[in-house]
Design a protein around this ligand. Structure first.
Ligand SMILES: Nc1ncnc2c1ncn2[C@@H]1O[C@H](COP(=O)(O)OP(=O)(O)OP(=O)(O)O)[C@@H](O)[C@H]1O
Length: 669
């Protein structure tokens, strides 16, 4: 979203309204966050005018710290330039006063002009100096801004990349990431606003100083002129911010609808199923909510602005009235009165500017504040960088009575799981859909920690381990492995992102996985970009991607290879080849964990664990699990069902080979 989009984000105060039909149907309810969430997550909605104003020094501090980290020299240049400008403005006012005194003094016009000439020269020189300083400061600000944005972005991205997977799946953390994304952009703009605030403050101090010297009563009047604008600007900033925050998720969802309409993967279904009008209709439904809120904000802005203008008008009349009275009663010289008018005009312009810039600063700083909150939260939820060292090679990895529930899930996904993965063995995990196989692999590599029980590498519990070392030992082809929108070479080489990509190693890994043939057929070989929608980008099939994914895992060359349904999209020959390769690796001492529904492929596994509803219900070698003496277990049943499909012609209505593992709580007949 752009800044403009943010400003027009869907609206706020809907405590009494209901979710729109689109929200209800598509997302199951209201997408706005209720106040409970905000209260729970701290002070970001406590936006009283006083607290907003009191927060300004801290906000300027944040911007200055970021700028200091980004480019110290540019920061000092801006500071010196703005300070110099303020000084020139103050001295200019004094010189103007002297000029007016000379011009309004007794004597002939020639004499008065001659007397005023030095002051005139001073005013002219100061004006030139002021312009030069302004340009220098503007240039340094321009240099500083993108650097500040980069520093802020890098900081939060680096932190977010290290948080526990659990945090990434937590919608409250997502909400924080949504709002924090604006923080980096806001930090960039804050630099400009800070500069402008400093400029306005300095010129205001100059004007106020001159006014106080001219007559002390003028200063409070100047402040009275400024207060209404300050109030209206801050009030509207607060409304906008609260509104944006309450609807951040709604805005994201509305954008999602727009994106889905042009999404490449959805394109086929959008056309064949005619999903376009459906999505567009709901896009309109979501937009209606947004527009209603914008209308509310617009009217609130108009009312606030009108009230502020009225109050400012009264204060202006009062100010000039007092000035008139002072002149009328001879408490002030005419020349001094002229300077006072100039000082009031310059002071009130500075105040208006100051208020506007402070409001902008305030608004941006709220988002920078979110960025700070995200950084703090990301640090709190980071995967610890320390812990017990994990040996390069461990004799076994063990699950001891492991129970695990995904955050927010109503039921545990693993219940009292015990299993052992001996070094150099191939261990297969089989079971129905949702039985917990992938969850076991995620706990195995330390992406999640058990709620109960232990996952132990050698004698090191993953909960105490230096988990980066566990990650280091793992090569994984997850079920939903990532299809990086980069070249084929990078898609394989990214398996070891810390090292330069080795051509030979990439070729060997590709050959291992059968991806060499895929690459050979690409127009630019390994240099082909595997992303449609970019120039020269190419799309490959699901099975071809799977080969690339396998090649990536091979290239990573981890001590433990986890392959989660590695052949689901492969043709029979490719599938056979992959399993042969995996078993050959096992022969070379590689520890492999294989998750699959293809039961014939686990014949050669050293150990098979059968999971059902989060529990290990059977385990043993293939022969043990198939031994009729041990009774008809889940594995044997499923295996025979699959085998029968190959032996007998298909019967109408017969379930597929995984039926014994996929039907809800039933086993095959
Ligand atoms: N990120 C998640 N958040 C919440 N629940 C999840 C998450 N991932 C999986 N689950 C739930 O945990 C249970 C086990 O899922 P898991 O992916 O481990 O099953 P699986 O045996 O690998 O299934 P499949 O054969 O379909 O891949 C399921 O009930 C699933 O709905």
């Amino acid at each position: 979203m752009t800044g403009a989009a943010r400003d027009t984000g869907p609206g706020s105060d809907r405590a009494s309204s209901r979710p729109s039909g689109s929200e209800q149907l598509l997302f199951g309810g209201e997408l706005a966050y209720d106040q409970g969430w905000s209260q729970h997550h701290g002070a970001w909605l406590r936006l009283g005018l006083r607290s907003m104003a009191a927060a300004i020094p801290r906000q300027v501090g944040i911007a200055v710290r970021l700028a200091h980290r980004a480019d110290r020299r540019a920061l000092y240049t801006v500071a010196a330039g703005e300070f110099g400008r303020g000084v020139t403005q103050a001295v200019s006012l004094v010189a103007v006063n002297a000029l007016l005194v000379e011009l309004l003094a007794q004597g002939s016009t020639t004499e008065r002009l001659r007397a005023a000439l030095p002051s005139l020269v001073v005013v002219a020189v100061l004006s030139v100096i002021g312009s030069v300083l302004k340009s220098v400061s503007a240039a340094a600000t321009g240099i500083l801004q993108p650097k500040v944005q980069r520093v802020a972005t890098e900081r939060y991205l680096a932190l977010v990349a290290r948080v526990e997977l659990e945090a990434i799946e937590d919608d409250a953390f997502h909400k924080l990431m949504d709002s924090a994304q604006w923080g980096a952009d806001s930090a960039r703009r804050m630099v400009g606003y800070c500069t402008a605030v400093v400029t306005s403050v300095i010129s205001l101090v100059a004007a106020a100083g001159v006014l106080t010297v001219l007559h002390p009563v003028l200063l409070p009047l100047l402040v009275a002129m400024a207060l209404p604008s300050a109030w209206s600007s801050l009030t509207m900033a607060r409304h906008r911010y609260v509104s944006w925050h309450r609807f951040a998720q709604h805005a994201r969802a509305a954008q999602l609808l727009g994106r889905l309409l042009i999404d490449q993967q959805a394109a086929g279904e959008v056309r064949v199923h005619d999903v376009g009008p459906f999505l567009l209709g709901h896009f309109r439904g979501m937009a209606d909510t947004n527009e209603r809120e914008q209308t509310r904000l617009a009217w609130a802005g108009a009312r606030t602005g009108l009230a502020a203008d009225a109050a400012r008008g009264v204060a202006t009349v009062l100010t000039y009235g007092v000035l008139g009275l002072l002149l009328w009663h001879g408490h002030m010289e005419l020349a001094v009165g002229g300077t006072a008018v100039l000082a009031i005009r310059s002071g009130s312009a500075s105040i208006t500017d100051l208020v506007l810039k402070i409001t902008d600063l305030q608004e941006e700083s709220l988002f920078v504040g979110d960025l700070e909150t995200l950084c703090v939260e990301a640090e709190r939820r980071a995967i610890p960088a320390t812990g017990r060292d994990v040996p390069e090679q461990v004799d076994q990895i063990r699950f001891d009575n492991v129970t695990f529930t995904y955050p927010g899930a109503p039921e545990p996904s693993l219940r009292g799981v015990d299993l052992v993965i001996p070094r150099g063995s191939t261990v297969a995990l089989v079971g129905r859909n949702g039985s917990g196989k992938s969850t076991v692999t995620k706990l195995l590599c330390g992406l999640y920690l058990p709620d109960d029980g232990r996952v132990v590498w050698g004698d090191v519990d993953t909960a105490e381990a230096r988990r980066t070392q566990i990650f280091d030992r793992i090569a994984m082809v997850a079920q939903n492995f990532h299809r990086w929108p980069f070249t084929a070479r990078v898609n394989i080489g990214i398996g070891r992102p810390g090292a330069p990509i080795g051509e030979e190693a990439v070729d060997a890994a590709a050959a291992y996985a059968g991806a060499d043939e895929v690459i050979a057929a690409l127009p630019r070989g390994k240099d082909t970009l595997l992303a449609r929608g970019y120039r020269g980008g190419q799309e490959i099939s699901g099975g071809q991607w799977q080969k690339i994914g396998l090649a990536r895992a091979r290239y990573r060359d981890g001590r433990v290879l986890i392959v989660d349904e590695p052949t689901s999209a492969l043709d029979p020959a490719a599938e056979q080849r992959v399993f042969d390769q995996i078993h050959r690796l096992a022969g070379s001492g590689q520890t492999t964990v294989l998750v699959t529904h293809r039961l014939h492929s686990v014949r050669q596994a050293d150990l098979i664990y059968v999971l059902d509803e989060g529990r290990v219900v059977e385990h043993g070698t293939f022969d043990q699990l198939m031994d009729p003496a041990t009774g008809v277990g889940l594995f044997r049943e499923a295996y025979e069902l699959q085998a029968r499909q190959f032996r007998t012609p298909p019967v109408p209505g017969q379930r597929d080979g995984t039926a014994a593992f996929t039907s809800e709580g039933q086993t095959a007949p």
